[in-house]
Design a protein around this ligand. Structure first.
Ligand code: 5GP
Length: 261
């Protein structure tokens, strides 16, 4: 597979063309941004951990029949993924109320929701990813009713699977963001799961202590983001070595593990 020119650079990832028109390379950067790009930093090792964690989750989802864009991880920072036309909506899934919903609706932080709640936000940085309704999606043709119905079914399965996977390793899945894309598979139009699933896109709390093991450590200046992401990777069985891992060690662990394969 030959890496071609840069097609797109986002806040945390870069997409490169390949010699196969249906496939692209997704590169995970160490950049962290929050509050619509107002807060920025580079956290050495974050991209390596997100690449591994996202690979783990997407491969497991694939095994339960959730079609997604991952083809395979190439190296520490890169994956080959299917080129999709991204649906311009962020699908937010909440099991426990925290973050923006508590401020928007005055709900007490930590309120456990009776059922998973799906919210839609328009993917538009200039507008600050505003909350929208299903009616907006249909009115402006951002997705069809059939696509939304399919996506909602997939989201509930993804949520059930991920709640169980994280519960098994002592982590509560509080909320997360998903993106979906359109692609032709065997001549048929399909909607598949795209983007990453990682501590950058999920809120993950330790089941007992409720310690935050996700990007809120950056958003809220809590520090120790790399040890928290490393803890998630270790508990998922991705990294096996000692826990107090610095960014440099994360890089070493990743290359050691790759060589063993
Ligand atoms: P909230 O709406 O409370 O800020 O976020 C809800 C969930 O969606 C959190 O897990 C958060 O990480 C994720 N999320 C929402 N918008 C974005 C985004 O633009 N980028 C990333 N990485 N995650 C997001």
């Amino acid at each position: 597979m030959k890496k071609g020119k840069k097609l797109y650079e986002g806040k945390a990832k870069i997409i490169y063309a390949t010699n196969d028109k249906n496939l692209v390379i997704q590169y995970f950067k160490d950049d962290a941004t929050a509050f619509n790009n107002q807060k920025k930093s580079t956290i050495e090792g974050k991209g390596v951990l997100n690449n591994r964690i996202s690979e783990h989750i997407l491969s497991n989802l694939s095994q339960i029949g959730i079609k997604n864009h991952l083809v395979k991880r190439l190296n520490m920072r890169e994956q080959i993924i299917k080129l999709v036309e991204i649906i311009p909506i962020e699908f937010i899934v909440r099991n426990v109320a925290t973050g923006s919903i508590t401020k928007r609706l005055g709900i007490e932080d930590g309120t456990v929701l009776k059922e998973p709640l799906i919210e839609y936000c328009l993917k538009d940085d200039k507008l600050g990813d505003p909350l929208i309704s299903e009616e907006h999606i249909l009115a402006f043709d951002w997705a069809s009713k059939t696509e939304i119905d399919k996506v909602k079914k997939m989201i509930l399965r993804i949520n059930d699977f991920m709640i169980g996977m994280f519960r098994g390793v002592g982590i509560k899945l509080i909320d997360f963001k998903l993106e979906f894309g359109r692609v032709k598979i065997d001549g048929k139009n399909e909607v598949i799961l795209a983007d990453e699933i990682s501590p950058d896109t999920c809120r993950l709390w330790d089941s007992i202590t409720e310690k935050k093991l996700d990007k809120d450590r950056f958003r809220k200046d809590l520090g120790d983001l790399i040890p928290a992401y490393t803890e998630v990777a270790k508990r998922l069985g991705i990294l096996h070595e000692q826990s107090n891992v610095s960014a440099v060690n994360v890089t070493k662990l990743s290359s050691v593990k790759r060589k063993k394969k």
